[in-house]
Structure formats: structure tokens, C-alpha cells
Design a protein. Sequence first.
Length: 157
Amino acid sequence: MKCPFCGKENTKVIDSRPSDDDSSIRRRRVCEHCKRRFTTYENVEMHPVVVIKKDQTREPYDREKLKEGIFRSCIKRPISIEKQSKVLDEIEAMIFQQEEKEISTNLIGELVLDQLEQLDAVAYIRFASVYRDFVDMDSFQKEIERLQRNKAKKKHL
């Protein structure tokens, strides 16, 4: 790290701690040449993710769209905003852990369904009805039966 005062590259970290919001690391440094002190912040660099939609068009990943879909599925359900936000954060972490620059809406939808299935069956069905584009009652019934089978399997394990 170059000293902002004298431009020399010999600086030493004298203190490190998380920033106030825990989103970065605050480092106090001292220049070994001019002895002046300064602070740097280390942040995680997230690579931009592009979402491939069903029609093969591409658009930048938008957390707000994902949030809206999850929160809309949970309307009038006994699910706190904190739990919904935790689900959103977990899904987003999985998206960025893919280490791919592009991700399909299909994969994002399946990640959401996996999380909602564990959280609340009604929220799951609501999201699935939009995501899987249910067209009739049979579509709903098949998904409910699949959900019940999964629940029964997990109960026996």
C-alpha cells in the first residue's frame, strides 16, 4: 500500500478491525518512511452477475426483483421480515458463490423454491405458481402433491 503523503510503498498495518457496519475491514497504517498514519478500508469485490431470462435476454442481477418475489410470496403469512431477509441473503450468497458471470432465472427460481419449501408451504406454492407459470388447478394440485411427498420423505429420514 502506497503512503498517500509521501508515495513510498513501505507501510505497515498497526491495527485492524471490522468497520461499524461489518461490511469492510478498517486498517490503521503507518508509513515507515515519513511516519504518518492513515486509514484504509478493505471491501469484498463482488463480480457483476448477469441474469439469463427465459427468452434468453440478459439483464444485470437486481436484488430488489428477487426481494419483491420473495416478500410477495410471504404476504399475510406468519413469517417475519427478518426471516424473509435471511432467506434473501442466503439465496444471494448462493448466486454469488456460483462464480459464474451469468446465471439463469431457472437456477435462481429453484434456489428460491428450495428455501421457501423449508420456510412455509403456502409461500412456496405462491412463488411456484408464478415461477412455474401454473395455468390451471391441475398444475396447483400436482405441485401440492409433490410438496407433500417431499415432506413425507423428510419426515421418515
